[in-house]
Structures are given as structure tokens and as C-alpha cells.
Design a protein around this ligand. Structure first.
Ligand SMILES: *Cc1c(COP(=O)(O)O)cnc(C)c1O
Length: 358
């Protein structure tokens, strides 16, 4: 199945979920079973995710944003509190803090890693937590974060990645995963919270299910939501999780293919020595990203911005200047990145980028 760009040439898509017959079969099995939610597929997917992240618990929810929201609430964050959040990230990272009634305090990022710059962290008396993002799958330098503040790891795009041998999803007190179609494992929409702590796991389970106590007798002591993930969607995720190593291998090979073609021409993404990058996206940096994205699209190459500079959004405009985040926002381009890319696709993208960068 080939899509065509306006110009009539084949479109190289930004993303293409790696799903097929195994997922369709698994969904059909759930539909035939008569149990569409809160059934065995939820538990099976959760066991697989906890194993992949090396945590005691994984609790699946309806999106990565729902996962972040419940994680913030489980840490007891509310009005009067502040949470340190990178200035360059997907807006959900800060939105959930604001919606919990607390203040997301932006921290500048290091343009080299695109992750928050530990040297720029300043905790105040109201600071309750840090949300550290493994942006685009690059593991955050978690050991450089200050001791004594709970770390909520936004590992939305980092399933399969590792920081010095430790799986992303296990680097903080709690971590969040996303199964949006641009992530390595997708359920269409979905997410999870991972953690070792039994009480935090119970709190997340309670809040995703109307406040009902896990293993309880339908007692509700605290308000909750419905953020559950159905068995239908868990069934889509299970076969992909089973081939996570293979998916990551393919993405690592494609990333190396881009780097081979583009290293020295533009700034290419890297990981620290000894780390495993999760390759949620392949994001280069070059001056004039906005015009170059438009020019790539003209050529049937579906390039996209990296992510958002939060201080440039009306919702978070009042916190001053963040030169690292501004620099990355102005220079970042996400190139098409998915397991269907051929080496001639990589050639075509790299040739276009090289010509535009020249
Ligand atoms: C994808 C993503 C999210 C949001 O996940 P959804 O499942 O789309 O709600 C949050 N943070 C980061 C860093 C992401 O990449």
C-alpha cells in the first residue's frame, strides 16, 4: 500500500505502526471471548510490561497522558506545589501538573541531549517532584538529578531503552509509558504506570477505576476516574511486546542508517556511551527547521517538528526565557521513522536533507 504526495511521488510517512496478523488474531480472540475489559489480557499485558521495565508493577491506563496524570496525583501533588518539568517536551508532561492544581516550573534543556539540563535544576521550598523525560527515547542522566526529590520518569517513548544497564521505566519512583501509534509498542491509544512500590501501585489502580480499592469490597474512600485500558487494546499490545527486542533492533539499525548518511551534515541524535537508545523518533538538528520541514514535505517526505518549546505556548508563556529549549525547537526535525523504511527510503530522505542543509 503506497500513499502518494500531492506532487505524485510516493510519500514517505512519518510513522507506520508495526502491527499485522498476530494483532488482528489476538483482537478477534478477545471479541469472541465476551470479555472486552478488565479481563485476562489486561493482566497479561501488565505482567509483560513489568518484566520489560524490571519493575514490580505495571498498571495499564487509557493513554500516556492518563498515566502521567495519575502518577502526579499518586505523588500527592496539588495546589501550592511546584514540579520541575523540562521546557522542551510534549505538553502533556506539564499539562497534567497544571490540571492537578500545581505549578509546572520549567527547566531548560541541554541542546546536545535534548533532555533537561541537570545543571539548571533549582528546587525551591514548594518543589515536590521532578518529571524527567527520556525524550525521543534517549535515557535521561538520572544519576545527575538531585537526591531527595521524587523523580517521575516520563518514559512515554523509551520502552526498551536502558540507562547504564537499567531499563527506562524503572529510573524513578514512578514511570509512565505511552502506546500511541508513534511509539515502539502501540495499542492505538494507551499507556501504563510502572513502579516497585506496592502502595503507589494500589493508588494508581484505585484512581484508574473510579476510586474502588483494589482487592476491596467496593469501598470508595477517594474519588477516582475511569482511565482503564480495554482487553481489546491490551491484545493489540501483547504480540508487539513479545517482539520488543526485534522492533528495537530494527529501529536501531534504521537510526544507524540515517546517522551514517547524515553525520557531519546535520547534528544527529546520540545516546551516552553504554546506554541503549529507545529510538521513539529520529530527530536531527539544523538551522531553519521550519522551512526545511516544509521543503521536505513538498518532496513527499513527511518530516515533523521534534516536540514543543513549552515557554512559547500561551499556557506557559510567563516563565521567562529558555535558550536551550528555544534553540532545539528552532532546529529540530523529526525524520520519517518506522520499521517499513527501506534503505532506498533512507537514501531519498538523506539526499533531500543534505541538499537543503547545503
Ligand atoms: C507520547 C508522549 C506523551 C503522551 O502520550 P499519549 O499516549 O499520547 O497521551 C507524553 N510525554 C512524552 C514524552 C511523549 O512522547
Amino acid at each position: 500500500m503506497v500513499s502518494r504526495a500531492k506532487s505524485g511521488i510516493d510519500l514517505i510517512r512519518l510513522a507506520w505502526p508495526d502491527v499485522g496478523a498476530a494483532e488482528a488474531e489476538a483482537v478477534a480472540e478477545v471479541l469472541a471471548s465476551g470479555q472486552l475489559t478488565m479481563g485476562p489480557k489486561v493482566e497479561e499485558f501488565e505482567r509483560g510490561l513489568a518484566a520489560a521495565c524490571g519493575t514490580e508493577h505495571a498498571v495499564v491506563v487509557s493513554s500516556g497522558t492518563a498515566a502521567l496524570h495519575l502518577a502526579v496525583l499518586a505523588l500527592g501533588i496539588g495546589p501550592g506545589d511546584e514540579v520541575l518539568v523540562p521546557a522542551y517536551t510534549f505538553p502533556a508532561t506539564a499539562n497534567v501538573v497544571a490540571l492537578a492544581g500545581a505549578k509546572p516550573v520549567l527547566v531548560d534543556v541541554d541542546p546536545g541531549t535534548m533532555n533537561l539540563d541537570p545543571a539548571k535544576l533549582e528546587a525551591g521550598p514548594r518543589t515536590k517532584a521532578i518529571i524527567a523525560v527520556d525524550l525521543f527515547g534517549r535515557p535521561v542522566r538520572v544519576e545527575q538529578l538531585p537526591n531527595g526529590l521524587p523523580v517521575l520518569e516520563d518514559a512515554a517513548g523509551a520502552l526498551g531503552a536502558k540507562r547504564r544497564g537499567r531499563p527506562c521505566g524503572s529510573l524513578g519512583a514512578l514511570a509512565c509509558l505511552s502506546f500511541h501509534p508513534r511509539k515502539i509498542v502501540t495499542t492505538g491509544e494507551g499507556g501504563a504506570v510502572t513502579m516497585d512500590d506496592d502502595e503507589l501501585a494500589d493508588a494508581i489502580r484505585r484512581m484508574r477505576h473510579h476510586g474502588i480499592e483494589p482487592r476491596g469490597d467496593f469501598a470508595i474512600a477517594h474519588a477516582g476516574l475511569n482511565y482503564r485500558l480495554s482487553d481489546i487494546l491490551c491484545a493489540v499490545g501483547i504480540p508487539q511486546l513479545a517482539r520488543l527486542d526485534e522492533l528495537l533492533e530494527t529501529r536501531t539499525r534504521l537510526a544507524a542508517g540515517y546517522t551514517e548518511r547524515l553525520g557531519g551534515i546535520v547534528e544527529v541524535p546520540t545516546a551516552d556511551e553504554g546506554d541503549v537508545h529507545g529510538w521513539q523518533a529520529y530527530v536531527i538538528q539544523v538551522d531553519g527547521a521550519a522551512e526545511k520541514i516544509a521543503a521536505l514535505r513538498e518532496r513527499g517526505i513527511e518530516a515533523q517538528v521534534g516536540t514543543y518549546a513549552l515557554h512559547r505556548l500561551a499556557a506557559y508563556r510567563d516563565q521567562g526565557e529558555f535558550p536551550g529549549a528555544s534553540q532545539v525547537f528552532d532546529r529540530a526535525i523529526a525524520l520519517p521513522f518506522h520499521t517499513r523504511l527501506s534503505s532506498s527510503d533512507l537514501d531519498r530522505v538523506a539526499e533531500a536533507v543534505t541538499e537543503l542543509a547545503g
